[in-house]
Design a protein around this ligand. Structure first.
Ligand SMILES: *[C@@H]1O[C@H](CO)[C@@H](O)[C@H](O)[C@H]1NC(C)=O
Ligand SMILES: *[C@@H]1O[C@H](CO)[C@@H](O)[C@H](O)[C@H]1NC(C)=O
Ligand SMILES: *[C@@H]1O[C@H](CO)[C@@H](O)[C@H](O)[C@H]1NC(C)=O
Ligand SMILES: *[C@@H]1O[C@H](CO)[C@@H](O)[C@H](O)[C@H]1NC(C)=O
Length: 539
């Protein structure tokens, strides 16, 4: 019941958040531990709080009685009928199934008539106290989710203590005292759970509510779990989110409802009168027909399934946790301290998934280039943040673009990455390969692309040669300037001075005669060229 309330709260939140935030839409599958969502990265699992369903816990317990031989019938004896001290010929005989009252009968199916019940021996040894301990053990932490209800077949005891253990029976603490007279029996003022509040909910009280009488109508004793929940969740437990919020933040409150064992200490049987009738001690005994304990395996909100195998309860842990209660991180998932999941959905709560250990992803996490790691939930991985020394990568194990690996430096050396220094004019981009070689444009060469291949000359980068003075590409007396253009005599034009200027203008032949003769003889031009005159010839 609590479970389904919680589910609906959670589902509602997810829907609301997908409207209010630019958050991935919930898609398809939904269960207690994870939801499939769409993100920019595609379909991924979103992990959240989870716990096994609340169930009848009496199916999984072991019961032990102290003293061990306290059950009636061995040897057989007679006892008085309930409510009629003068009808004392009822028989208890352990060797006759119909007349036996073994402890198992407290946990069998009830609802039949007459009901089956466990019964103790009678108070033959009065005034020596008749005391019985009934210990219920689960060998597993469980969380109570509903009232513990004990139904007596005899009168309800005059004095009783309900105790609990959180450490598999090593130590015990009282859970609640029950007496017809609390002050007399336990030196405590009588109280009822209704006298408590949010602030005093953990108080251990003595109650007189369940001890009066020896009548057939008052057979039941409660340990009130729901009334205590109601201090947080409201009278009809409508606001479970509020209870869960409290449980998330208050370990003491969580522990209050957690047990590994319960012990019912029967201290004095119902007498119903002021004095014990010593002539009819067969009137006095304990008999219990039913014990109800509802709860769930405690899996620290890291499992939805609890299996019963080899008479043992074990959580099927998620979120990379392990242990019977999912109480620790799996090997190689100890990247941060274990903590329980939370009841509340993100952003208030989180699954607290265990993350991979640093040691399982590299012996030196960021090689000294970053002192900060960050866990990426979606990828379930740890990355180094803000890698320094021109490094990059999940563990700062790579060089930034524009840098290359210094072969003579270790990975954790500050000088591990060397700038490429690619010539910006000669290279295609500023990146280089592992040995520092840049990618060159056409006609360009050298590790840094700052040299020209033959037939090319540097002019804002390598340009193919247009002319060259040795090969005399320039015609009609033109000279080659920096391999990129011919400087032509006045009458000539064109890239190689191959055209008459007048031709270009369309004015040849009319006035200044047939094409101006070359001024200066070819021999002179050749000489000038050979002498390597750098200054342009001006005509
Ligand atoms: C019952 O258990 C308590 C401790 O929880 C112990 O002190 C007491 O002696 C036990 N009584 C019997 C009858 O075993
Ligand atoms: C737990 O670890 C396994 C194995 O590395 C991984 O596949 C899985 O996604 C992890 N689970 C969670 C909830 O992070
Ligand atoms: C490469 O690393 C060595 C060792 O740290 C260092 O001495 C050297 O200067 C580095 N080379 C460059 C180009 O930074
Ligand atoms: C880098 O490129 C140069 C020239 O192409 C080549 O000789 C060298 O082997 C390359 N180095 C690596 C690590 O690829």
């Amino acid at each position: 019941m609590y479970l389904s309330r919680f589910l609906s709260i959670h589902a509602l939140w997810v829907t609301v958040s997908s409207v209010m935030q630019p958050y991935p839409l919930v898609w398809g599958h939904y269960d207690l531990c994870k939801t499939q969502i769409y993100t920019e990265e595609g379909k991924v699992w979103d992990y959240m709080a989870c716990q096994p369903e609340s169930t009848d816990m009496t199916k999984y317990l072991k019961v032990k009685l102290d003293p061990p031989d306290i059950t009636c019938g061995d040897p057989p004896e007679t006892f008085c009928a309930m409510g009629n001290p003068y009808m004392c010929n009822n028989e208890c005989d352990a060797s006759t199934p119909e007349l036996a009252h073994p402890p198992e009968l407290m946990f069998d199916f009830e609802g039949r008539h007459p009901s089956t019940f466990w019964q103790s021996a009678t108070w033959k040894e009065y005034p020596k106290p008749l005391q019985v301990n009934i210990t219920l053990s689960w060998s597993k932490t469980i969380e109570l989710t509903d009232n513990i209800v004990i139904t007596f077949e005899s009168g309800r005891p005059d004095q009783m203590i309900l105790e609990k253990s959180l450490d598999y029976g090593r130590t015990w603490q009282p859970y609640q005292y029950y007496a017809t007279d609390c002050l007399d029996a336990f030196h405590m003022d009588p109280k009822s759970v209704k006298d408590l509040s949010q602030h005093t909910v953990l108080e251990i009280i003595c109650t007189e509510e369940y001890s009066t009488g020896y009548t057939t109508n008052s057979k039941i004793i409660h340990f009130e779990i729901k009334d205590r929940f109601a201090f947080f969740a409201g009278p009809r437990l409508r606001n479970m989110a509020s209870l869960y919020g409290q449980l998330d933040t208050t370990k003491k409150l969580r522990d209050f409802f957690t047990v590994t064992d319960l012990r019912i200490r029967l201290l004095r049987p119902a007498v119903g009168e002021i004095f014990v009738d010593e002539l009819h001690l067969a009137r006095y005994f304990y008999a219990i027909s039913d014990i109800k304990v509802r709860g769930r395996c405690k899996c620290n909100l890291h499992a939805t399934v609890c299996v019963y195998d080899n008479s043992k309860l074990t959580c099927e842990c998620e979120h990379n946790t392990t242990g019977p209660d999912c109480g620790k991180c799996k090997k190689n998932y100890q990247g941060r301290p274990w903590s329980p999941g939370s009841y509340l959905p993100i952003p208030k709560g989180t699954a607290n998934t265990c993350i991979p250990s640093i040691s399982s992803i590299g012996n030196c996490e960021c090689f000294g280039h970053s002192n900060r790691c960050s866990y990426i939930d979606l990828l379930n991985t740890v990355i180094c943040v803000s890698c320094k020394h021109n490094t990059r990568g999940q563990h700062c194990e790579l060089c930034r673009l524009g840098y290359f690996r210094n072969a003579s430096a270790q990975l954790d050396d500050e000088n591990v990455c060397i700038e490429c220094y690619c010539n910006p004019l000669g290279s295609i981009h500023d990146r280089c390969n592992g040995s520092g070689f840049c990618e060159c444009k056409t006609g360009t060469t050298g590790p840094k692309c700052d040299e020209c291949l033959p037939g090319n000359s540097w002019h804002y980068g390598c340009q193919p040669n247009v002319c060259d003075n040795e090969l005399l590409h320039c015609q009609n007396g033109g000279t080659c300037h920096n391999n990129v253009r011919c400087l032509c005599p006045a009458a000539y034009t064109g890239i190689l001075c191959e055209k008459l200027r007048c031709e270009e203008a369309g004015s040849c032949g009319s006035d200044s005669g047939q094409g101006a003769p070359p001024q200066g003889s070819p021999a002179l031009l050749l000489l000038t060229t050979l002498l390597g005159t750098a200054s342009p010839l001006v005509f």
